[in-house]
Design a protein around this ligand. Structure first.
Ligand SMILES: Nc1ncnc2c1ncn2[C@@H]1O[C@H](COP(=O)(O)OP(=O)(O)O)[C@@H](O)[C@H]1O
Ligand SMILES: [Mg+2]
Length: 224
């Protein structure tokens, strides 16, 4: 589904010494499954994810998504792709503080989607949030609850790909486990990419990509 060819990303192009956040990465990703990207801090995990999701444009190389060259898309087309096909989860939940949990979730729905409200409710319920929490603002919810709202929001349009950058890093063990359970379930029919430096959350991953100093150092497929 993704074909990444010879992708490099250099930050700080002006300085004498070039900083390669990614160097000559080749990679193919399947249409569905839970894929972990693991590596130490600063190894280029987020950069790789942001290049794949069109939030960043690599300095060099080609990224095909379903045969379409992402690096050649106009900004408007990139935004459309992100809105319609991709879902994003970050370490911080980035909920809007003055909106209820429910509104935070529905606000990301595509315009004119008549089923968005129902889907938001069922998604939040599946994530273990109760009706009384739907009406609360983020300040009245726990960190784990906020992150679950953010996950429901990321999935409101049924994205083909979910990009999760350290989604469990600010959660306790139990909440982290619940979040991974939901992502695991979604990955049965979609592609879920999870960036982390914590191997323990990837025990059910279909594939683990190890990254070191901007290079892929290993790819391991699970026997499932
Ligand atoms: N916007 C930026 N400008 C300059 N350097 C950056 C920027 N973002 C990341 N980097 C550098 O690129 C490298 C990879 O960063 P990143 O992809 O965030 O790694 P990770 O997510 O694995 O911690 C690091 O050395 C980081 O300092
Ligand atoms: Mg990162």
């Amino acid at each position: 589904m993704f074909e990444i060819k010879n992708v490099s990303m250099i930050y700080d192009m002006d300085s004498d010494e070039k900083m390669y956040a990614l160097s000559n990465v080749d990679l193919e990703l399947p249409e569905r499954g839970l894929v972990g990207i693991i590596g130490p801090s600063g190894s280029g995990k987020s950069t790789l994810m942001y290049c794949l999701s069109t939030l960043k444009k690599p300095t060099e190389g080609s990224i095909l998504y379903k045969g379409e060259e992402l690096t050649a898309l106009t900004p408007a087309k990139r935004e459309m792709l992100r809105r319609q096909k991709f879902g994003f989860i970050f370490q911080k939940h980035y909920l809007v503080p003055y909106m209820t949990a429910f509104d935070n979730c529905v606000v990301s729905a595509l315009p004119g989607d008549p089923e968005a409200a129902e889907r938001a409710k069922s998604m939040m319920s599946r994530l273990g949030l109760r009706e009384k929490e739907f009406k609360k603002r983020p300040a009245k919810l726990s960190g784990g609850q906020c992150q679950r709202v953010a996950i429901a929001r990321a999935m409101i349009n049924g994205p083909e790909v979910v990009f999760a950058d350290e989604p469990t890093a600010s959660l306790d063990h139990e909440n982290a486990f619940n979040v991974m359970r939901v992502l695991r379930e979604y990955a049965e029919e979609h592609l879920v990419l999870v960036v982390t430096h914590d191997r323990s959350i990837l025990q059910d991953a279909d594939r683990i990509i190890e990254i070191w100093d901007g290079r892929i150092s290993a790819i391991k497929d699970a026997e499932r």
